[in-house]
Design a protein around this ligand. Sequence first.
Ligand code: AMP
Length: 395
Amino acid sequence: MKFRKIEDLELEFKTVFLRLDLNVPIENGKVTDDTRIRAAIPTIKKILEKTNKIVIASHLGRPKGKINQDLSLEPVGARLAELLELEVLFVNDFLTESIDQFANNLQKNQIVLLENLRFWPGETTNDSTFADKLAKGMNVYVNDAFGTSHRAHASIVNVAEKIKPENRAAGLLIEKEVAALSTLKINPKTPFTVVMGGSKVSDKIGVILSLLDHCNHLIIGGAMAYTFLKFKGLKIGDSVVENDKMGLVDTIFRNAESRKVSIHLPIDHVCADSFSKDATAVKIEDENIPDGLMGLDIGEKTILNYQEVIRESQTVLWNGPMGVFEWSQFSKGTMSLAKEISESGGTTVVGGGDSVAAANMANVSDKMTHVSTGGGASLEFLEGSQLPGLKILSI
Ligand code: AMP
């Protein structure tokens, strides 16, 4: 997919609507992790080289169309001001006060940040009247919110539609995401291994089926592994299982066989008798899990098997933890694979959400080729769906 980039835009004297993903954790009015704000800085600085008339918009959390001061973007504005060494004018009521008034009166060292878009229902319903308010007086539209680009929301689609196609572009983050994720589908270096984990097969079925056309190995861990093991007739005790998804698992096995993709499943487990933070870990050195126990991590032999496959790989995509990594007694599988992937020497891509948190916990994020900022968006992109936010920018 080709789309316009910032360098293709004429920006001098123009007012830019910049959609970012500034959805960061906030506690007691302070940003506790500014990774996403920092990630947006290169795009803001690139636009600032040509114009300071920038109106930044983002969502934060899920206020469901209602004003909720705990989810205000004001603390984000304060952090943005520190990082950019600029004044950030915070506009909290852009429905009654016209945004272009603020933009037109900006001094050289000022930019605008709007309040959380999702305080208004029109954002998530892609409402045209709401989008009119946002687009008023804007000459240029830049989207750098990759993680939200799979949502047809007003600031992602409708506002863009109100700006001429030649004045719309993707920011630097989107450029980087699309380049990194595309390499997995366009001639990835082989062997290419997909490491899938997490809670549900149903969430990942589309991406698994699509990647079976490109990869050589599919490693399965996390809760979803037990649905695969049960399908194969193994005992899974009280582990999490999606009994209604056996048909999907059958399709995955058939497709893998016809495409000569090897599927790797756990051969031993770390279990517990309850799903609880304080549960005692019980090692089961067999594929079968007895009744009364549930699998919460992959076992030692499985770790060794999976590490060997990863070591031989030239490309690795990792999405989803191998176990309940949030609890230390069930984190070894995920931590060991995170380390192995980071040391594999090939192209390594971490696909969003919990795997990013796990890679951070293992202290290996900066050793990966690419850590995606968008969980759902990166999965949909890899699945081959046209993301609404990218489609509107395409040329
Ligand atoms: P997902 O959002 O689908 O990637 O799932 C991530 C969640 O799956 C994490 O919160 C893990 O704790 C959880 N998880 C991983 N393995 C298991 C397991 N064996 N049983 C229950 N939950 C798990």
